[in-house]
Design a protein around this ligand. Structure first.
Ligand code: ARG
Length: 262
């Protein structure tokens, strides 16, 4: 499994480089797709305006979800160290990143999980002002760590592909820790949750989706976040599922950090 470990490192480095480029190339988004059926996220379709109103695009080339009116939950590998940080622009309220009705807000502080990079791939970005968009509840029980999940993002539509102008969504089935371990030796079972099509691949998050939420309906029919896009070997490859920070595990730490930031 060491070669996969190495590949993971390479992937993360590549993403960091892409993220840095994204800060300047953030506006060079792909032209609108010729039809609505092109696969994106990987293997998904376009999301409707307002369908996932808490989705956030971060200017370093990551996704996120509104946790409170001033805090965006994202991945630790998307941000720098904890402290004052006005470098990030968050875009929300739209599926089209060039929509004139979009809301853009600057960050003023970043809290990166102190456990990162030993797992703990979550962070909170504090915005310089509150925004009036809905928030996405984070699962604080493992009850929803199963079944079919939805993922969404503006990341690559195919492995190695460019970032997207329009938000895409896809459905990914839960993959057990034991099966995920067959793919990745370094999985942290209690803190990471895997999803994808084991046999065939074809649907997954990909570079640029990092930090965005993986979510499903709870027993009351409300969306609840079960994961944060973290890593994978390539994108949508068979037997190489996507790996997500497991929010049911981190919910208390996220809530404590959020309380401190408010
Ligand atoms: N680390 C990637 C990013 O920064 C996300 C990779 C997700 N990969 C996957 N196969 N699900 O955007």
């Amino acid at each position: 499994m060491t070669w996969k470990n190495a590949m993971r490192r390479i992937t993360l480095v590549a993403v960091t480089a892409a993220a840095v480029l994204g800060a300047t190339a953030g506006q060079t988004l792909a032209a609108p797709p010729p039809s609505d059926v092109q696969p994106q996220v990987v293997g998904g379709v376009r999301a409707a305006q307002g369908e996932f109103p808490w989705m956030v695009r971060l200017s370093m080339g990551c996704g996120g979800a509104m946790y409170t009116e001033r805090l965006v939950l994202t991945a630790a590998h998307c941000v720098g160290r904890t402290g004052r940080d006005t470098s990030i622009t968050a875009t929300m309220g739209v599926v089209d990143l060039q929509d004139p009705n979009r809301t853009t807000v600057r960050s003023d502080y970043v809290y990166r999980s102190p456990g990162y990079p030993n797992g703990d791939d979550w962070a909170l970005v504090r915005l310089s002002r509150a925004v009036d968009v809905p928030t996405l509840a984070v699962a604080n029980t493992t009850a929803y760590d199963n079944g079919m999940f939805t993922v969404a993002g503006w990341g690559a539509a195919v492995e190695g592909g460019g970032q997207q102008r329009y938000l895409r969504k896809a459905q990914v089935p839960f993959i057990s820790d034991s099966q995920c371990r067959e793919a990745y030796g370094q999985l942290i079972p209690a803190e990471e949750i895997c999803a994808g099509n084991w046999d065939d691949g074809g649907v997954d998050t990909c570079q640029g989706d990092s930090g965005g939420p993986m979510f499903r309906r709870d027993n009351a029919g409300e969306w609840v976040q079960v994961g944060i896009v973290s890593w994978g070997y390539g994108c949508a490859r068979p037997e190489n599922p996507g790996v997500y920070a497991q929010t049911s595990y981190f919910a208390p730490a996220i809530a404590a950090a959020a309380a401190d930031l408010t």
